[in-house]
Ligand binder design. Sequence first.
Ligand code: LLP
Length: 457
Amino acid sequence: MKEQESFLKEKIDFKSPNRNIVPITTSIGRDGKLFVGGCSIEELVKKYDSPLYILDEKTLRSSCRAYKLALEKYYPGKSLPIYASKANSSIFMSNLVSSEGLGLDAVSEGELLTALKGGVQNEKIVFHGNNKSDKEIEFAVRNNINVIVDNDYDLERLDELSNRFSRDLEIMIRFTPGIECHTHEYIRTGSFDSKFGFGIEYLNTLFAKISNTKHLKLKGIHAHIGSQIFELEPHKDLGEIMANVILEAKKFGHEIKKLNVGGGLGIKYTENDDPPSIDEWVKTIATSVVKACRKHNLDLPKLMCEPGRSIVSTAGITIYKIGAFKEIPGIRTYLSVDGGMSDNPRPITYQSNYSACLVSNPFNTNSKNKYTIAGKHCESGDVLFKEIELADCKTGDLICVFGTGAYNYSMSSNYNRIPRPAALLVSDGEAEIIQKRESPLDLLKYDVLPDRFIKQN
Ligand code: LLP
């Protein structure tokens, strides 16, 4: 029981939200129930129903500011933090990060459009992807969005477009630095065996190819080593590797002016997680880049990084309502909730762990109950918690799962034709809808019954 209690009582790190399990505005109301952003979670569910995604504005802004501040401190005047919108892409998120002065990383036409609609300036958007479509590449070029070249296919099409438009195009390239780090293998991207980016051994061939184009100007390099990383060591090594790439590029006449080190900083999902702070992470990277550039007598390039999870994850919670109980004597008690793998596919995909509490009894007082929390989908593996201790609870009670701001909504599905939950923004006791709840009818919108089948019936 101690574990459940401590994550609400722990001292909150307001400067680096990724080091907390709960949003920084989490509190307990006079009624002993859970509040976030000054709002009673119970009241929000009465009004907006469940399941419900909730984002806390103060936590979001505090995370954005932590990156800005740290970059200014350790790499003054020459940096840009870029929000990796794959973590949670919406018009609201695009607008928020842009209002905090961040850029945005997009990987599809959908994410690009969302960024532009949210007001992100074109020149602050970077466009990634290992298989961009012709349409997407042309869209990015026409809109002056920075394209990160991932492979030769990207390069050929950018060459063709720049010739067609008779226009110089500044490009960045992504390469795999060959750095190993400890994270789930699906979310590790910087090692040699990765579908992303150019192998480091291929770079000289690539530099020569770019030199032979008429309009492509290589201005930046990018590497991303993985996600949910707690170690600082891999990022310490990145500076020297990148400086060496800059030196090699120079031999082919390319002046690298931008260096993008990707994202990857982990967050605290459970008591066992101890990620470094945003300040420590930025300091490690900035120091390693400065040191390597000094050593090799290079001008300091503009430093960019692309945090996703550590901007939005801790700001997010998901509220579920408890439905059925099933006790299997001597084995376990299943408690089923009204959502699951369609709104949070991470447990079934990566065996991810989360923390949770009862909204009506956040400290789980008087409890000794162990539950398995199951989702409502037709899939045995649809289990959000294999085992969790909760206070006495019953059908109709609410459960709050913490740390769901990143890669939940953005990876959600309509499996079993389950509509996506609504998403709210909370701040200073006010709640606003940022994403409407889908309805089962919405899900029929794209179904088509060919005429001859209609006639048959
Ligand atoms: N930049 C690039 C090029 C990336 O590929 C990623 C994440 C990021 C930045 C942001 O990384 P972050 O700061 O969020 O760690 N679906 C997985 C995570 C996949 C991450 C993919 N790339 C999950 O739910 O854990």
